[in-house]
Design a protein around this ligand. Structure first.
Ligand SMILES: Cc1cc2nc3c(=O)[nH]c(=O)nc-3n(C[C@H](O)[C@H](O)[C@H](O)COP(=O)(O)OP(=O)(O)OC[C@H]3O[C@@H](n4cnc5c(N)ncnc54)[C@H](O)[C@@H]3O)c2cc1C
Length: 194
């Protein structure tokens, strides 16, 4: 395996666990899905609009989801106000902040007029597009000794990335590797080949 600093490494197996664009560069010929941009807006509210660490999913899809981050991680607010994070598909659009604020008022059943808009971050390539027909489990072995994993090989989510990573670990460790420390998973024996 050739490294960027000009040196090399001997490896029985190489697992490429990058996003789709970098994976396509590192593994020429690899088919990768199109990606979606996700924008996240941050607001500061005088009081928490929801006093619990819960992710609200917008069934009307004006936004994807929203959470009072400071209820999840109190240290994320430096001044006692509530930090509200809200994500939606796509990049910046005219009138976006006002539309999101209006939807947040409905979702949290509160007056969001006095909230301070802190920032909006648009992340290009945030998620792989999941268009039909969708394969929930794409092969992780691309060539002898070469493997690929990530959300773009499964579903566009942390869960998909973990599932894909588990598959790549099982396929690339015929002797039976072991992973420990996954939240809630205990120890997970990875000796089984698929
Ligand atoms: C704003 C936003 C909100 C999200 N919200 C949710 C959510 O609520 N729930 C959910 O389940 N998922 C959510 N996701 C999606 C989730 O974050 C991803 O699906 C998941 O992180 C994908 O994991 P991954 O390991 O496939 O890729 P990544 O987490 O992208 O990891 C790839 C890694 O490869 C590294 N890399 C890139 N190029 C190279 C290279 N050439 N060499 C070495 N390393 C390289 C990158 O630095 C990165 O660390 C969200 C994503 C975004 C952007």
């Amino acid at each position: 395996m050739a490294l960027a600093d000009g040196t090399g490494l001997e490896a029985r197996a190489v697992v490429v666990a990058t996003g789709p664009a970098a994976a396509a560069q590192l593994l020429p010929g690899l088919e990768v899905p199109a990606t979606r941009t996700v924008s996240t807006l941050y607001h500061a509210a005088p009081v928490p609009p929801l006093a619990e660490p819960t992710l609200l999913v917008d069934a009307e899809r004006t936004i994807l989801n929203t959470a009072v981050l400071s209820q999840v991680m109190p240290g994320y607010s430096g001044d006692g106000r509530a930090l509200v994070s809200s994500s939606l598909l796509g990049g910046h659009r005219a009138g976006q902040e006002a539309a999101v604020r209006a939807r947040l008022a409905e979702l949290y059943e509160t007056d969001a007029g006095g909230w301070e808009h802190l920032a909006t971050y648009a992340v290009a390539g945030a998620l792989p597009a999941m268009v039909p027909p969708l394969s929930l489990s794409r092969p992780c072995r691309v060539a002898p000794g070469r493997y690929v994993c990530g959300d773009h090989r499964a579903t566009g989510s942390v869960q998909g990335a973990l599932a894909s990573g588990g598959r790549a670990a099982r396929r690339s460790s015929p002797g039976g590797a072991t992973i420990s420390g996954l939240p809630g998973a205990g120890r997970c024996a990875l000796g089984q080949r698929r």
